[in-house]
Design a protein around this ligand. Sequence first.
Ligand SMILES: Cc1cc2nc3c(=O)[nH]c(=O)nc-3n(C[C@H](O)[C@H](O)[C@H](O)COP(=O)(O)O)c2cc1C
Length: 306
Amino acid sequence: MKEKIDLSVEIAGVKLKNPVIAASGTFGYGDEITDLIDVSKLGAVVTKTITLEPRSGNPVPRLAETASGLLNTIGLQNVGVQKFLKEKWEDLRKLGVPVVVSIAGETAQEYVEVVKILEEVVGIAAIELNLSCPNVSKRIICKDSSLVEEIISQISRISKVPIIAKLSAQVDDLVYLSVLAEKSGAKALSLVNTFPGMAIDVKSWKPKLSTVTGGLSGPAIKPLALKCVWEVFGKVNIPIIGGGGISTAEDALEFFLAGANAVSVGTANFIDPMNPIKILNGLEEYFKSRKILKMQEIVGKLKVEE
Ligand SMILES: Cc1cc2nc3c(=O)[nH]c(=O)nc-3n(C[C@H](O)[C@H](O)[C@H](O)COP(=O)(O)O)c2cc1C
């Protein structure tokens, strides 16, 4: 009897049928994309980051295309947690896929408040703490390791829902921060958010983004993000969701070999909403052609000569 390929993975104690996840902020609240793809085929989706109060985000222009990446300065525009629950959550629940709710705040207290509200809600697979948004007035939370520790430990004390910590590479020591996140109670890591960048319009001599600098995503950051995953792999005992510039199955495979248990796909959704499904199909093909049956056979199996 032929054995079947099993792409399932367990992230933060949540079983995903496959390791392809739609990244936060590039999938809205699910409502814009459901007409375009069969979302239930994905491993999980992560919502746009939600805060306690609604936020209007940064002024336009908030997006600028670069040669191999996208610059954004959305600035956590969102409807706020109450409206999210009232108007978006029921539809998200019906997608037939684990939904991870991404949250942020300016203080530990604000994160805790949002979690307390979400705790009342049935069906949230996990909460992703966005500790790494570069496009807000305060500096990114990640840069303050004691604040990261405080936020994660406070939340894991009160939360029944598992916590995923989304980190940025814009820190002194990502390995140290990752270990700290695990010790504080994170059940998975999401590595990494965007990298700071900028673009200038030489006709007007003005910056292309309202905030001058923003977060760079897309193919340009793939080698940087991949290195982050490889650096952290083996230093923590919790699963890693790798992301940054993944557009193809081959990109995803690189992340698995470097140590990611799952991958998040962001900017590639804007280029073609079918990309996560194409990545999934490509993975199945690859596994079939190499006679690989399970994800464990590939995760962290990069061959490095001693
Ligand atoms: C337009 C845009 C909005 C984003 N919004 C969020 C967000 O709300 N929360 C978050 O954690 N990450 C956000 N991100 C970051 C992505 O989730 C992802 O970590 C990053 O873009 C790198 O992956 P990619 O190269 O596949 O896009 C956003 C990215 C883009 C391009």
